[in-house]
Design a protein around this ligand. Structure first.
Ligand code: F6R
Length: 610
């Protein structure tokens, strides 16, 4: 979490740094700061608690700060509360070195103690101040800025993307990373560094993905990379295909609303990448038919919504391809010493940087298993470490609550399941063709659903004062219920639970009282009656019922008042459609309650810490 930027060039750096931070604010937004080398060669630092807008106001969008070389940071607090003192950049006492950092220095307490013994004083509770002073200590000891950074890297444990400015090198930004993202672009007479692509898209589309433990030296129009022995290393520029507009709101009130509406397109784009002439083709993923044939078991790992995609995939893969699938929270998988037996480990992640998912991939590889990453961000850590990579084509997702990346992951998962089923001979040609046709038709059906949003908006207005909302379903309907519930919790702050409908009677039904809102998802025809009777049981205890049902599902004439219909589709793929009203419901409740939809409290988009 946290976003960092750095710039060295011929333009005034502060407006460029602030512009980059605006694009990274989704990564953290409790305080922000920038440090600049000014015309007299001194380092100026400005920091502010709160949103980036506070810092922008203080500096008149950066116009009041002079200097063409600097670094910036937007923070999601890990060590120490959000405050000006804890905000980055941090600096040494002489203010000759300043640094910004994204990640966690695990042994910071031990390092801090050593630095205190050597006379250093600390003014914040952050691990970043320790990192800055460690670099300062080694710079003073060896007089070499690259050596100072490599000594730092040899002594710290944890994750970091660190950018440093040094008064003795007024036209240089130094940087290093380990397990936290960092990209660097070079354009004309400038070099620019950031935690993520949207921050530099306005300046260049060609970037270097910095590898773990690589040091970068950014100068006007040039960047040089080194290993920890300070030997130069050559790197290749990678072209970004996203455009700058994709990371703008484009007339929508919120990024989330825009991203919900982009779902027909991202589903289409992801399938275009996985289909050739009406057949599923995984050659771009690197998976051959032979690889598919070898799959005898699958473990899916992910966190949050990505984990929920795994829950859907489990139902679909087991039903269609008859391969055993286990879905695990990445944070559990990595620590629980699982019994593994030659499975393919599939890691799902939008950012490709989620610390637990990355660790799960590493644990799988250490156990000798093959890994497939389903990720959105090209060149991200998970993408680089997995054996096979399936890129979802969702484009930049800015809103903290995921919508379009979830949808792109879902269709990637379906395509994988159908391909596996076909190669294993579990479905015949006719059914295969039907499934591929249904997949391709999803995009149009999603388009139709966008037009039904007003029904949900009205319902949200009627239910905005609810304190508790339940979501129930069976099979794939349960899998999508957990996502609907998470969406609601994270942006509306309304308490919510999702249950497999059959579980209600085993305790939870005691929570249902007059007026409790219960959503039922009804798309699996052989399970509809069962979920319906569970819904009616809650209604007889006073619950207000709403259902999301496929067009072809028959409902009783009485007893269900609020019905939101979704188009019919093969039952394996209904989560893609059923999730849309749930996303709109969460969105409108968040708006009605006056919340910050795109940046909900306490959250950050990219969870690069445990
Ligand atoms: C919820 C949400 C999170 C992410 C989770 C994993 O709306 O966005 O639950 O799904 O933090 O993130 P990625 O996919 O980047 O690994």
């Amino acid at each position: 979490m946290c976003g960092i930027v750095g710039y060295i060039g011929n333009e005034q750096a502060a407006p460029i740094l602030l512009d980059g931070l605006k694009k990274l604010e989704y990564r953290g937004y409790d305080s922000a700061g920038i440090a600049l080398l000014n015309a007299s060669g001194d380092i100026d630092i400005v920091k502010a608690k709160g949103r980036l807008s506070v810092l922008c106001e203080m500096t008149d969008d950066g116009k009041t700060m002079n200097g063409t070389c600097g670094i910036g940071h937007t923070r999601w607090a890990t060590h120490g509360e959000p405050s000006e003192n804890n905000a980055h950049p941090h600096c040494n006492d002489e203010k000759t070195i300043a640094a910004v950092h994204n990640g966690i220095i695990e042994n910071y307490a031990e390092l801090k103690e050593k630095l205190i013994k050597r006379g250093y004083k600390f003014y914040s509770q952050t691990d970043t101040e320790v990192a800055t002073k460690l670099v300062d200590y080694y710079y003073k000891k060896y007089g070499d800025p690259l050596r100072a950074i490599s000594e730092f890297a040899l002594r710290v444990r944890g994750s970091y993307a660190l950018a440093v400015v040094n008064k003795d090198f007024p036209d240089t930004v130094f940087a290093i990373r380990k397990d936290s993202p960092m990209i660097i672009g070079v354009t004309g007479g400038a070099a620019i560094l950031a935690s993520d692509v949207p921050a530099i898209l306005n300046y260049t589309k060609n970037v270097y993905y910095v590898d773990n433990l690589q040091i970068a030296r950014l100068e006007k129009g040039a960047v040089t990379f080194y290993n920890l022995d300070r030997e130069e290393v050559q790197k290749e520029l990678v072209a970004i295909t996203w455009n700058a507009e994709a990371a703008e709101k484009g007339g929508y009130e919120h990024f989330m609303l825009k991203e919900i509406h982009e779902q027909p397109k991202v589903v289409k784009d992801t399938l275009n990448y996985l289909c050739r002439d009406g057949r599923l083709d995984f050659s771009e993923v690197g998976l051959t038919d032979k690889d598919f044939k070898r799959i005898n078991g699958i473990v899916i790992v992910g966190c949050g919504s990505a984990y929920h995609v795994g829950v859907v995939m489990q139902y679909v893969i087991e039903d269609l391809a008859r391969v055993p699938v286990r879905v695990e929270l990445a944070s559990e998988f990595r620590y629980r010493n699982p019994v593994l037996n030659g499975e393919l480990v599939v890691a799902i992640s939008q950012s490709g940087e989620t610390a637990d998912t990355l660790a799960a991939i590493r644990a799988a590889k250490e156990s000798g298993l093959k890994t497939l990453a389903i990720v959105n961000v090209v060149g991200s850590s998970i993408a680089r470490e997995a054996d096979f990579v399936l890129y979802t084509k969702a484009g930049p997702e800015i809103s903290v609550a995921t919508t379009k990346a979830y949808s792109a992951q879902l269709v990637a998962g379906y395509a994988f399941a159908v391909k596996l089923a076909k190669i294993r001979g579990k479905i015949d040609n006719n059914y295969y063709d039907k499934l591929v046709t249904e997949l391709i038709a999803l995009s149009e059906k999603l388009d139709c659903l966008m037009e039904r949003k007003e029904e949900i908006q009205k319902f949200a207005a009627k239910t905005m004062d609810k304190q508790d909302v339940f979501f129930i379903g069976r099979g794939a309907d349960y899998a999508v219920s957990v996502e609907g519930s998470l969406k609601l919790k994270e942006i509306s702050y309304i308490h919510s639970e999702a249950y497999a409908a059959g579980e209600l009677k085993h305790g939870t039904i005691s929570l249902i009282e007059d007026g409790t809102l219960v959503f039922g998802v009804l798309t699996q025809k052989n399970l509809v009656e069962k979920t319906l009777s569970n819904l009616i049981e809650t209604a007889s205890r006073g619950a207000l019922i709403a259902v999301i049902a496929s067009d072809g599902v028959k409902l009783p004439v009485k007893g269900i008042d609020n019905v939101f219909r979704i188009p019919d589709v093969d039952e394996h793929f209904t989560p893609s459609l059923a999730v849309i009203p749930l996303q709109f419901f969460a969105y409108y409740l968040s708006v009605l309650r006056g919340n910050d939809v795109d940046k909900p409290r306490n959250l950050a988009k990219s969870v690069t810490v445990e």
